[in-house]
Design a protein around this ligand. Structure first.
Ligand code: THU
Length: 131
């Protein structure tokens, strides 16, 4: 299950500066799952979010058709609240998906989750068709 994979990915989070641990699991059209965690850096700005780690792993393996992403996160590896994707990650999702179809699952637990489309979280985004 995608949410479970996101929790597993969060275990790998490298977040010694923010102590905010995030995991993501991305489902492709041909049923593969790519996981990702946030990876921080002493210089701060090179940090990469869990969602982008998962998406870039997939694209680098030749996968560009995405169905859904599950995201879990929280301070000190605990899950108190939903963890919505940052604006940069929404923009990266916009590049590879149809916003009305791509589903973003924000989870607090395996049972407690919310589903959105990218179009709901990132309306009127700038995409490849705008160039
Ligand atoms: N972060 C993610 O990985 N994904 C999100 O959706 C929100 C924020 C990371 C970036 C940084 O390492 C830490 O969480 C605190 O912002």
């Amino acid at each position: 299950m995608l949410i479970k994979e996101a929790f597993g990915a969060r275990e790998k989070s490298y977040a010694p500066y923010s102590h905010f641990h995030v995991g993501a699991a991305l489902l492709t059209k041909n049923s593969k799952v790519y996981t990702g965690c946030n990876i921080e850096n002493a210089a701060f700005s090179p940090a990469n979010c869990a969602e982008r780690t998962a998406i870039f792993k997939a694209v680098s393996e030749g996968e560009k058709d995405f169905v859904k992403i599950a995201i879990v996160g929280g301070a000190e590896g605990k899950t108190m609240e939903y963890c919505p994707p940052c604006g940069v990650c929404r923009q990266v999702m916009r590049e590879f998906t149809v916003p009305e179809k791509f589903v973003i699952v924000l989870a607090k637990s395996l049972k407690e989750y919310r589903e959105y489309t990218l179009a709901e979280l990132f309306p009127e985004g700038f995409g490849p068709e705008n160039l």
